[in-house]
Design a protein. Structure first.
Ligand SMILES: [Zn+2]
Ligand SMILES: [Zn+2]
Length: 432
């Protein structure tokens, strides 16, 4: 401001000599340069902050949590799960540089596809978790071994912890990513759900298989979990060391403690690390907000588009009316403005309810019937008319038929213009 004021004053005093103008331009340029430098300085610190933040977020494995919360569990088929299990059990060492380890996904929450009949359901090989004690006879979880030899032959033994009917997890609709399963697993699921004949006949595509499976799963999650999970070997969960579990062996009702050479895949509870909630929730909320704003914007655009269409239509109707209805112009009775009528048409008409059934529409003099459309004049008394009756009145006059309350008027053409147009039309008809 000071600079500009000084420029103005100097310009007034010195009558625009070229050297003064050049000097002022140089001052102006240096001022702009200073501003740019300041902006760059701030931008540099923002970039440094971001660069520091990304490794911290990666160190906290936020990207893995976001993936789990957003996409779901990491899918592993039998082969890739065997590799994963080898690494977990220590039979396979993988050398990863610090940077690769920092940015790669930490596959904890898994969807594993063991295949049909891979889970051992022989009670003599299983371990049990009871509510309090076996004497209450309330079995909560079972630890089942896996039959696949390439899993059992490793240095650690793997069990699958499965929920029973008494746990809430057994009845949950789990977030399976069915599109990741191979055709054998999908066929197994279809067989277990007893929809095989229908599907074989129609020879549906994989996507259709999945659609049917998901529909059935949505309808009855308990039945699906009971029939499919164990039989087809599809598990959702995570690997953990299960030495702290209080289990009972099948042969006796004695407590049993797993050795250090045992681990389990917990398919009996939801995997929900706090980070998933934090970041997944945050991203979910942001996405919801974005979608809501998008929907509002689309609605606004549609409304604007329809409003413009209605205004155009009403202007056309008014032009046609003015050509034939001389009485209205002669009496200087303006109709409601095209914009007002367009806005009126944009609002959804109200439906007559039982309270309004006895009301008379003073335009057509008929009683309002249930389920008919009605509207109210924006007058203090809010007089009620049929929707179509009110629309017709608005196209002829801008005052309430009952209380003369005025709404925005359309401009009336002058009588001169109307006469000139009328005479021109008559003359052209005579000429034809
Ligand atoms: Zn009416
Ligand atoms: Zn009124």
């Amino acid at each position: 401001m000071v600079l500009r004021r000084s420029q103005n004053t100097s310009c007034n005093i010195i009558s625009h000599t070229p050297s003064v103008i050049a000097l002022l331009e140089r001052i102006q340029q240096s001022h702009v340069l200073c501003e740019q430098k300041e902006k760059l300085y701030h931008l540099k610190y923002k970039c440094i902050f971001l660069l520091l933040l990304i490794p911290i977020l990666c160190f906290l494995k936020c990207h893995t949590r976001i993936y789990n919360a957003w996409v779901g569990p990491f899918h592993l088929n039998l082969d890739s799960f065997i590799e994963h299990w080898k690494i977990y059990s220590g039979d396979l060492e993988i050398e990863r540089s610090f940077l690769v380890g920092l940015f790669s996904f930490d596959k904890e929450y898994l969807q594993i596809e063991l295949g049909e009949n891979q889970i051992d359901n022989d009670t003599y090989n299983m371990y049990f978790v009871y509510f309090r004690h076996p004497m209450y006879n309330q079995l909560l979880y079972t630890f089942n071994p896996i039959k696949e030899s390439s899993i059992t032959n490793l240095s650690k033994k793997l069990f699958v912890k499965l929920p029973t009917y008494l746990t809430s997890h057994f009845h949950k609709r789990l977030p399976y990513r069915f599109e990741q399963f191979n055709s054998n697993t999908l066929k197994c699921i279809i067989r277990q759900l007893d929809i095989s004949s229908e599907v074989d006949n129609i020879k549906l595509m994989k996507s259709m298989h999945i659609k049917i499976i998901e529909e059935i799963y949505d309808q009855n999650a308990t039945e699906f979990n009971m029939k499919v999970i164990n039989q087809c070997g599809i598990l959702l969960g995570y690997l953990y060391d299960c030495q702290n579990e209080i289990v009972f062996s099948p042969s006796s009702n004695q407590r049993y403690k797993f050795s250090d050479f045992v681990a389990a895949f917990d398919a009996s509870s939801s995997y929900s690390p706090y980070m998933s909630y934090l970041f997944g929730g945050l991203f979910y909320e942001l996405e919801q907000l974005r979608q809501r704003q998008e929907a509002i914007r689309t609605r606004e655009e549609q409304r604007r588009y329809r409003l413009a269409l209605f205004i155009e239509e009403e202007e056309r109707i008014q032009r046609l009316n003015q050509e034939v209805d001389f009485e209205q112009i002669w009496n200087r009775v303006p109709s409601a403005s095209p914009r007002f009528i367009a806005n009126f048409r944009l609002e959804d008409p109200k439906i007559v309810n039982s309270q309004l059934c006895e009301t008379n529409c003073s335009i057509c003099l008929e009683t309002l019937q249930p389920d008919e459309h009605y509207s109210q004049w924006p007058c203090p008394a809010q007089h009620v008319f049929h929707y179509n009756c009110m629309l017709n009145v608005l196209r002829r006059q801008n005052s309430c038929p009952l209380c003369r309350h005025l709404v925005e008027a359309a401009p009336l053409p002058s009588l001169d213009v109307v006469w000139r147009n009328f005479l021109f039309r008559v003359a052209s008809r005579v000429a034809n």
